[in-house]
Design a protein around this ligand. Sequence first.
Ligand code: AMP
Ligand code: MG
Length: 485
Amino acid sequence: MSSSFRAGWHFDNSYAALPGALYVRQNPARRALPSLVVFNAALARRLGLDGEALQNGEAARVFSGNAVPAGAAPLAQAYAGHQFGGFTMLGDGRALLLGEQIAPDGARFDVQLKGAGRTPFSRRGDGNAALGPMLREYLVSEAMHALGIPTTRSLAVVATGEPVYRESALPGAVLTRVAASHIRVGSFEYARGIGELPTLKALADYAIRRHHPALSGAANPYLGLLHAVIERQAGLVARWMLVGFIHGVMNTDNVSISGETIDYGPCAFMDAYHPDTVFSSIDDQGRYAYGNQPAIGQWNLARFAESLLPLIAAEPETALKLAAAAIRRFPAVYEAAWLNGMRRKLGLLDARADDAALAADLLAAMQAHGLDFTNTFRALTERQTIDHAAPDIQTWLTRWQARLDNQPAPRGEALAAMRQANPVIIPRNHQVEAALEAAVNDGDLAPFLCLHAALARPYDDTRENTPYRAPPLPSERVYQTFCGT
Ligand code: AMP
Ligand code: MG
């Protein structure tokens, strides 16, 4: 295999300089016949990569793991996690961090191959990924990015040319994931769990360096880190709630310190509004239901706080007091972010005391009448009405209209804000599933590419968007989504 690279890689792997307990060096599995399936030219440009050079053969070699660019140091990260509430030691069982691509402007981006083969953390897994779930992550993560929500991104999907065995044989694939970093709450739980204080400190210092460099001079940088991650996660979950996104597996190993959405397994967007909505086939208790996400977010950050305790203060009681006070802030931080976003969705450009009640009453009416979340906000945006004659909805519309008329900002300004806050389209599950089925079963990528292109401009009312506005017919409804494992 030739090892010439022309795409402009500029790799470092700063994680490999951390204490050895935090990772295991591991080369990707060699793949027989890799071929490029999708490639994100815009993201490649952002990373300072030459997309043309990549697509002329280098992409399949690098994004399959068959060739590793200079400066990269493939490794599996060690981490732990609370999975559905229970603590487990985990680690990258099928993903390898190549390192950080340093973009021309100096920004660092983690580049990770997901589905790159077995690692010491694979447990009973095969280290592989199937094409359908990797295309799903590509589609939904890029849609989230276009919606303006912090997320890991997807640079490429390569088919390995090898089957992976689940209930049946499926085409294997590798996803190239790009992130601000792959440090998770679970990374800290792991470092705390092995009982090596210097390792925990090194990880915390590293997270501060990468994500909050301003904290390094603070009086208590580790307490500062906790507060900063609370801010980011509370803001992130609020953003999810405002577009009807359900992550599906909010385990602590899937909570990123960078505040990016990570790990698109059984995630889905809600059609009809109901806070109990759950899609994940493995979430039979509804732990990660739509309406539980803020509370679970706080719970997950409490696990982060526990991991940081010995760094926050030498005296355990002091540390606990400081950490608990930080965690108690989560609901208020979340509520403020959510209400801010909800005001924009409703075109409320100033703040009034009963705005939260106005929003809550709309949601209650939507729930009572099974209204589509996205299309209801879009109807308010485009026509300032909801096509439903129910008295509670009509009463609410009158109240809302009066509220709009009583604010100093002109109506046009309110509507412009609403157009920026209420997407025309989201990746609806039935459309995602149909696109993946065509790609995987029929080798027809066209529906996937059309949906992907439309989702790149989710707030625009375009001709490409129109077919994707429709909620599922009863026969099209998807009730369950499955992990890609
Ligand atoms: P996830 O549910 O995707 O967040 O994965 C949870 C854990 O299982 C992580 O440590 C993964 O690396 C690991 N894992 C998932 N699928 C596989 C697989 N096919 N082979 C090995 N490890 C896996
Ligand atoms: Mg995970």
